[in-house]
Ligand binder design. Structure first.
Ligand code: CP3
Length: 355
């Protein structure tokens, strides 16, 4: 494998010194880029992009051709796991993800297979290897998965949900059944992330998008416990380098010390948490990733720079910060504004590091 030319993202995840704060954007390959929309057109649809390793590689690299980003993220989706379990993922135009089958009874849960990634999701493993080859050491590649709880919400609801009525009904009425589902998902996610690491992923992120919908107690029982299991089951190394793990619970700002105790290297923050306050809470146990409100990218360039400056000032001096948005970049953002954001991070952060 070729030498890594820009390792500031991996260094920051391990809280090692860097020259400037590294930056990437959740959903950095996506609909706000015209070149992404053109590739999707050629593939036919979104799943056509995900299942073709050459096209998945092409769209992964698109944002890196425009911007000096410090990391690439595999182009795929968290819902490939339930799809591989046989639920039949599809996307209705403008409606988000949907499953042909849902999970609600004991028989449904018993019938779900544990995913064998090399066999059931070869297109993801191949995409990781293809992207690593094409990146040629330019920046590290991030692999990812959904958290068991977040995946379970889509599997039980059959798609996106506002109130998670069915999922919470199952969790509160038949907790032992919910635990069986989450246990199967945790084994599948661990194997899936390890397959991505073996294929070349240099860091991994677990997206717990809906953990924040749970109560304090239910979060520990139904989401955190399973992420902790996954973290302890991951291969720690790739090419002789540590593979850091990032946990991102959207809405999880109150649970940072509990998240830091899982053994993860870095916690992702949404924009509702003050990053400086978060840093005082977790101390030197973990790095922090985030956390500008993605909607700031709709504002004028001067305002974008001011928001970046405020977050850098809040975090303060020293290593352990990876700049990101507090959630994914949205389709209506002007690509030039994403450029302003990334440039501002590099330019304004130099003063916070020893150079
Ligand atoms: O960050 C990246 O650039 C990597 C690619 C990536 C996608 N989805 C591509 C995608 C990643 C990391 C995801 C994760 C994902 N997928 C999450 C967790 C992160 C988050 O945003 O909270 C969730 C909840 C999903 C499920 C999912 N996939 C939804 C709800 C949707 C529809 C949302 C929408 O914006 O319409 C998807 C589809 C999806 N995944 C798209 C992309 C680029 C849009 C599909 C398209 O091109 O039409």
């Amino acid at each position: 494998m070729s030498e890594l030319k820009n390792d500031r993202f991996l260094r920051a995840l391990l809280r090692q010194p860097v020259d400037v704060t590294p930056v990437w954007m959740m959903r950095q390959a996506g609909r706000y880029l015209p070149e992404y929309r053109a590739s999707r057109e050629r593939a036919g649809d979104f799943m056509g992009l995900c299942t073709n390793p050459e096209l998945a590689c092409e769209v992964t690299l698109q944002p890196l051709q425009r911007y000096p980003l410090d990391a690439a993220i595999l182009f795929s989706d968290i819902l490939t796991i339930p799809d591989a379990m046989g639920l039949g993922l599809y996307f209705e135009a403008g409606e988000g993800p949907r499953f042909r089958k849902t999970v609600s009874t004991e028989a449904d849960i018993e019938a779900l297979p544990v995913v064998k990634p090399e066999q059931d999701l070869p297109y993801v493993v191949d995409a990781v290897a293809t992207i690593r080859r094409e990146l040629n050491g330019r920046v590290p590649l991030i692999g990812f998965s959904g958290s068991p709880w977040t995946l379970a919400t889509y599997m039980v609801e059959g798609g996106s949900s506002k109130d998670f009525r069915r999922t919470k009904q199952l969790a509160y009425n038949q907790p032992e059944l919910m635990h069986r589902l989450l246990g199967k998902l945790a084994v599948s996610v661990t194997d899936y992330l390890n397959a991505q690491i073996r294929a070349g992923a240099q860091a991994v992120q677990i997206f717990d998008t809906w953990g924040g919908a749970l109560s304090h107690a239910a979060y520990g029982e139904f989401s955190l416990a399973y992420m902790e299991k996954i973290v302890s089951g991951l291969i720690g190394e790739n090419d002789g380098r540590q593979v850091p793990v990032i946990l991102f619970t959207k809405g999880g700002g109150q649970w940072l010390p509990r998240l830091a105790a899982t053994g993860a290297h870095c916690l992702g923050l949404d924009w509702t948490t003050d990053i400086g306050a978060a840093r005082s809470l977790v101390g030197d146990r973990v790095a922090l990733q985030g956390n500008m409100d993605p909607a700031v990218l709709y504002a004028a360039p001067a305002r974008i720079r001011a928001e970046v400056a405020a977050i850098l000032a809040s975090y303060g001096r020293g290593p352990g910060h990876i700049f990101n948005l507090g959630h994914g970049i949205t389709p209506q953002v002007d690509p030039a504004h994403a450029g302003v954001f990334i440039e501002a991070v590099h330019e304004l952060s130099a003063a916070y590091h020893d150079n």
